[in-house]
Design a protein around this ligand. Structure first.
Ligand code: SAM
Length: 282
């Protein structure tokens, strides 16, 4: 008999994964962490019962959350990653050779340790990149206390419950704004719009008056069920979202980066929002 892991994110709708083998399970002191093997999705990580990442479909999410702001920025040198303990965002960020310094602020050392062991292809060596510094701390505190400024800030957080809740507040966004350089760009995990519409409306309202340009872009990630995941976009440069495709193509070509989901055309198209998402922007 197959054992099942059922993600109960919603009151009356769930997704289930057959568990081939539990690889790790522990309460880390911050959250409940389970890693198991699934026949179709490879290794799967859940925190507090919510799916965080799977080996099979992680590339779509990580490439879009990292490369869209990094190719939209004219010259990113310093990058801040909030959360992202599995290392997938760090892997995509270190591929940008012109970046000189990356700070990753993750609240839970256990996620990093376990991801290194059970998801080695997520970080793919990025945690050992000399440009990357890992800080074990609450991202909310960090953005209020650091003296450093960054060109791009990426929030790869859990959902707005538990330790991730603070990363969706007005105060957090003000902190992010505080440590962005001129023309800086902020991109953040912002839920699945069809299933979590209030996350889009809340962020839309909270970004007002903080970022000169606010918007969302989309990527469908099969195991974040419910259609498009929305990634929040807050920029101090009002032109970065409207770049001509030729500029993005040139930057992508010059980088030599090879991708499995991201292309300059997908980058551009991801900002075209379907009506049901546009209707949430009020
Ligand atoms: N891609 C995933 C998703 O959309 O479900 C998110 C994955 S990532 C593993 C989320 C990370 O955010 C976790 O490693 C968690 O420990 C971290 N995190 C949660 N709250 C945090 C906080 N306040 N400061 C820094 N990191 C936090």
């Amino acid at each position: 008999m197959t054992k099942w892991f059922s993600e109960k994110l919603y009151p009356s709708y769930a997704q289930s994964f057959g568990i081939k083998r539990v690889l790790f399970e522990r309460n880390t002191g911050h959250q409940h962490l389970i890693i198991f093997e699934n026949e179709d999705m490879g290794n799967v990580m859940a925190l507090d019962g919510i799916i965080q990442t799977t080996e099979r479909d992680e590339f779509m999410y990580h490439e879009m959350l990292a490369h869209v702001p990094l190719f939209a920025h004219h010259n990113p040198k310093k990058v801040l990653i909030i959360g992202g303990g599995d290392g997938g965002i760090a892997r995509e960020v270190v591929r940008h050779k012109q970046i000189e310094r990356i700070v990753q602020v993750e609240i839970d050392q256990a996620v990093i340790d376990m991801a290194r062991e059970y998801f080695p292809r997520h970080s793919n060596g990025a945690f050992d990149d000399p440009r990357l510094e890992i800080v074990i701390e609450d991202g909310f505190r960090f953005v209020h206390e650091t003296d450093e400024k960054f060109d791009v800030i990426i929030s790869d957080s859990t959902d707005p419950v538990g330790p991730g809740e603070v990363l969706f507040t007005n105060d957090f966004y003000r902190g992010v704004r505080r440590c962005l350089n001129d023309k800086g760009i902020f991109a953040a995990q912002n839920g699945v719009a069809f299933m979590q519409p209030e996350e889009v409306t809340n962020t839309w309202r909270r970004f007002e008056g903080i970022f000169a340009d606010r918007w969302f872009y989309v990527v469908p990630v099969p195991t974040y069920v419910g259609g498009f995941m929305t990634l929040a976009w807050g920029s101090l440069d009002t032109t970065a979202r409207q770049l001509p495709i030729e500029t993005i193509e040139q930057r992508f070509h010059d980088s030599g980066i090879e991708t499995r989901y991201y292309t300059p055309e997908v980058h551009k198209a991801a900002f075209a929002l379907p009506r049901y998402i546009l209707d949430l922007l009020h």
